[in-house]
Design a protein around this ligand. Structure first.
Ligand code: DC
Length: 231
């Protein structure tokens, strides 16, 4: 039984813990963790740094030929370069998040990042996290998981993080934001957040990181066994 070449598509809304759990799965199995949100963040970063407004769709599309996104893996760790310069933590700011969300709604931006993601997936041995991995990037993935947590559970986790950072927020504000973002992500026209028909839905309320990772690894093992049996 081997799952070295398996492709795991992991989709779901923001704040469900996808990246943390995907990293844990990668560490336990040797799969490469591919963070596709980082690509949208990198395109967003270019626009932010070049003074293109996030509402300016035509301006964003016109600037795409100036953007070179390079994706490599060193010791299984993803490195993204924007025009030859590593993006590092610059893609993790609030501004980069807002820009990532804005650019990800534009079909031309999604098309721009499509080949790169399909090529990485084709190597196999990957767990890719995003919003359209099971529906668009790897529709024939061996394992598809749509991971969510209830809005209340995600709000509890996010509220705890923000309070720990010393931010002055109320639980209701955090919850309202999450509900609004879910609605925006699922109602947008280009690649709306949607569970693939054949994805396994995993609601991870009450699971910690380790238990969530093991839940996914268990599905990977069962899939690998079924494949080995020729079923
Ligand atoms: O997962 P993340 O927060 O890093 O994603 C950043 C933004 O990019 C988020 O607004 C959703 C969007 N995104 C997307 O539309 N498709 C993907 N495959 C990954 C991310």
């Amino acid at each position: 039984m081997t799952y070295e070449k398996i492709r795991v598509a992991l989709d779901g809304p923001s704040g469900a813990g996808k990246s943390t759990i995907a990293k844990a799965v990668a560490a336990k199995t040797g799969l490469v963790y591919v963070d596709t949100g980082a690509l949208y963040r990198t395109v967003g970063l270019y626009m932010a740094e070049n003074g293109i407004a996030m509402e300016d769709e035509a301006g964003i599309i016109a600037a795409l030929p100036e953007v070179d996104v390079d994706l490599t893996y060193e010791d299984g760790k993803q490195q993204v370069k924007l025009n030859d310069v590593p993006v590092g933590e610059r893609i993790r700011t609030e501004t980069a998040s807002a820009y990532a969300s804005a650019v990800s709604k534009i079909p031309e931006v999604r098309a721009f990042l499509l080949d790169m993601q399909k090529k990485i997936a084709a190597r196999g041995g990957v767990i890719m996290d995003g919003r359209d991995i099971g529906t668009v990037i790897i529709p024939d993935a061996e394992v598809k998981i749509f991971m969510t947590a209830t809005a209340e559970e995600r709000a509890r986790r996010r509220y705890k993080e923000q309070i720990e950072k010393g931010l002055n927020v109320t639980f209701e504000e955090v919850l309202d934001n999450i509900i609004a973002r879910d609605r925006q992500d699922s109602e947008r026209e280009a690649a709306p957040l949607k569970k693939a028909d054949d994805a396994i839905e995993f609601v991870n309320d009450g699971y910690d990181i380790d238990q969530s990772a093991d839940y996914i690894i268990d599905i990977m093992k069962k899939t690998a066994e079924t494949m080995a049996d020729g079923n």
